[in-house]
Design a binder for this molecule. Structure first.
Ligand code: DAH
Length: 367
């Protein structure tokens, strides 16, 4: 029913023309809003507490009873249209704003980037971890000790007498002042002593670490290098256990090469031996064959790898271990040497210069 057909008089503000105008104004304002902020302000004007269409409700009291239903329906429908217009505009603006934001965040994945050079694990570090892993795989533990060591631990407890050439100042770097009896450890063997003094028996440990000697700096010597030390002390340990352990290590590191041990001398082992690796280049074929010399083993067929032996009872005694009950074996080899054989690194100086291309070329010490 339209107002023109109504016999009663409507109060101004709720007549059809006014209501239509209010709706049109609201629709126009919503359409003109281009941001959600502007739309919010327009919503407050047309649907907020003070909006004419909302205030019109109050005029309902003055509407003659006969017209109440019609005017009420008109106002309701008008508010619904305004609400609908607002909702549609809100949706459109939200979509526009999202589109604009996404466009702003767009990234061209095909643009060339400045490549930051990445580092590489140092082959010595990587190799020490691999060596350690071989023993962890057998249930051994990694042990550590200080690089500045008491000379008693570095020498005396290992049965290295005060007059042993290894103690001469030409080899050993002493920490100042000398009467404090501290040295930069010359080998990883002092970790044997520390392990026996602090760990419960039996002991199965390896210690990869840095050692220091007053050496030349050339292709085959650096004053700071690395060793890996092994120590087992348990009941009934024999040279056979030592040989089996080193064979396993050689097998993992070099793949299928034989080892041999030949007599030698170290103060802390008795008997002592050198452990040699079968040359994994010529496998001994170059021996006595001047036509086909082998650079790797100098046609010897074997490569010297490290020292080893049965732990000297004097060492056990110095650490309070009863040699009548316990026996053990120990070994120590150079990590740089191992890397040279395994990866064909020719010059030890490359290992300290820190050129990442060297590290990359050795693929982090992988075989
Ligand atoms: N400490 C010795 C060195 O630096 C290497 C070594 C030899 C370690 C025999 C041992 C061993 O544990 O039993 O030359």
């Amino acid at each position: 029913m339209s107002s023109s057909e109504s016999p009663a008089i409507e109060p101004t503000g709720v007549d059809a023309a006014t209501v239509d105008r209010l709706v049109t104004e609201a629709e126009r304002d919503f359409a003109a809003a281009t941001t959600s902020e502007e739309l919010k302000a327009a919503r407050a004007r047309h649907l907020g507490e003070k909006a004419p269409l909302v205030l019109a409700n109050r005029a309902m009291g003055h509407v003659p009873a006969a017209l109440k239903k019609e005017v009420g329906a008109r106002l309701g429908a008008a508010r619904a249209r305004v609400g609908q217009a607002h909702a549609e505009r809100l949706e459109a603006i939200a979509a526009e704003e999202l589109g604009a934001r996404l466009a702003g965040e767009w990234v061209d994945m095909t643009l060339p980037v400045d490549l930051v050079p990445t580092g590489a694990p140092h082959p010595i570090t990587a190799l020490m971890e691999q060596l350690g892993d071989v023993f962890i795989g057998m249930g051994w533990e990694i042990a550590e000790g200080p690089e500045v060591e008491a000379d008693w631990v570095n020498f005396d407890a290992l049965n290295i007498s005060p007059h042993h050439p290894a103690r001469a100042t030409s080899d050993t770097l002493f920490a100042d002042p000398v009467d404090h009896h501290l040295v930069l450890r010359t080998h990883t063997s002092p970790v044997q002593i520390r392990s026996l003094l602090t760990r419960p028996l039996p002991v199965y440990i390896v210690c990869p670490g840095k050692v220091y000697r007053a050496d030349e700096f050339d292709a085959t010597h650096v004053p700071v290098f690395h060793q890996i030390e092994g120590l087992v002390v348990d009941k009934g340990i024999t040279l056979g256990h030592l040989k089996g352990t080193l064979d396993h290590l050689a097998d993992v590191m070099f793949g299928g090469v034989r080892t041999r041990i030949r007599p030698s001398y170290f103060p802390f082992t008795e008997p002592s031996a050198e452990i040699d690796l079968e040359c994994f280049v010529c496998h001994g074929a170059s021996v006595g064959d001047p036509e086909h010399p082998c650079r790797t083993c100098s046609s010897e067929g074997w490569i010297e790898w490290g020292g080893c032996g049965v732990v000297n009872p004097r060492v056990l005694t110095a650490c309070g271990v009863d040699p009548e009950i316990y026996s053990g074996f120990a070994f120590g080899m150079g990590v740089e040497r191992t890397l040279m054989f395994r990866n064909g690194a020719q010059d030890m100086r490359d290992m300290v210069e820190g050129d990442v291309r060297f590290s990359r070329s050795l693929k982090g010490g992988a075989r």
